[in-house]
Design a protein around this ligand. Structure first.
Ligand code: F6R
Length: 236
């Protein structure tokens, strides 16, 4: 694991964007795994800039997002599909047909998960997976549990996750209580992991994840078993 500690959010975003850009430069048809949340927003801005300046080309890139709220379709401004279009896809030359976000409106989330994992496998697996971390140690929406879950699956969100994400909604009651999340198999099978963390209060959980025991109570701790993880941690 490479652990890079930087001072500012800006630095973290630049380093993360540069690593993703390098991936796409060396493999133009890369399959990238993407995350939502506030942490990658700066990185997505940089990638959009690089694309506009002709420095990277997304024409052949395929993307798979980690997760989606249950019951929100892509037209809903709180959905992760909407977020991705708004923060990245609408600003780069990616083919929208090559962008994938799990369908949170699927009647059967387990079946949707199976199909999502099959699509990732068919694309050849993920070359570089971007991850953030929740205050409870979640990656994607893999919440603390007594076991790790392998396939993409439906999840009940933790109260702490609902609290944290309520900042994006008008009222806490509007935050969906369920979601669909890529499971540990597709995440851990990614060839490289690009992990970003910033913001007050993340230091403790990042320490637990990377320097504590591997336990499903801290879902991100499974990354200690991954052979190629780069962490960009901003002190800001
Ligand atoms: C969202 C996701 C989540 C976030 C995590 C941190 O797609 O994968 O695991 O990375 O909740 O969110 P922020 O960046 O808002 O602190």
């Amino acid at each position: 694991m490479k652990f890079v500690r930087v001072k500012t959010y800006e630095e973290m975003s630049t380093l993360a964007a540069d690593l993703m850009a390098a991936q796409i430069l060396v493999k133009p048809d890369s399959v990238i795994g993407l995350a939502t949340g506030s942490t990658p927003v700066g990185m997505y801005k940089k990638l959009s800039k690089y694309n506009k300046a002709g420095k990277i080309d997304f024409a052949k890139v395929k993307s798979f997002n980690l997760d989606e709220y249950a019951g929100l379709d892509g037209t809903n401004e709180q959905s992760y599909r909407y977020f991705m279009n708004d923060k990245l896809f609408n600003h780069i030359n990616i083919d929208m047909a090559n962008t994938h976000v799990p369908n949170g409106c699927a009647a059967d989330l387990a079946l949707e998960g199976e199909q999502y994992d099959a699509m990732i496998a068919e694309a050849g697996g993920i070359d570089m997976q971007l991850l953030g971390i929740g205050f409870d140690g979640h990656i994607g929406f893999n919440e603390p549990d007594d076991h790790f879950t392998a396939p993409t699956h439906g999840v009940v969100l933790d109260e702490s996750t609902i609290d944290a994400n309520s900042r994006f909604f008008e009222k806490r009651e509007d935050v969906p209580t369920m979601a669909i999340s890529m499971g540990m198999r597709s995440i851990m099978q990614a060839k490289k992991i690009l992990f970003v963390a910033n913001g007050k209060g993340k230091e403790d959980i990042v320490n637990k994840a990377f320097f504590g025991p591997i336990t499903p109570e801290v879902p991100a701790s499974i990354l200690q078993l991954h052979p190629d993880v780069t962490v960009f941690f901003s002190e800001e």
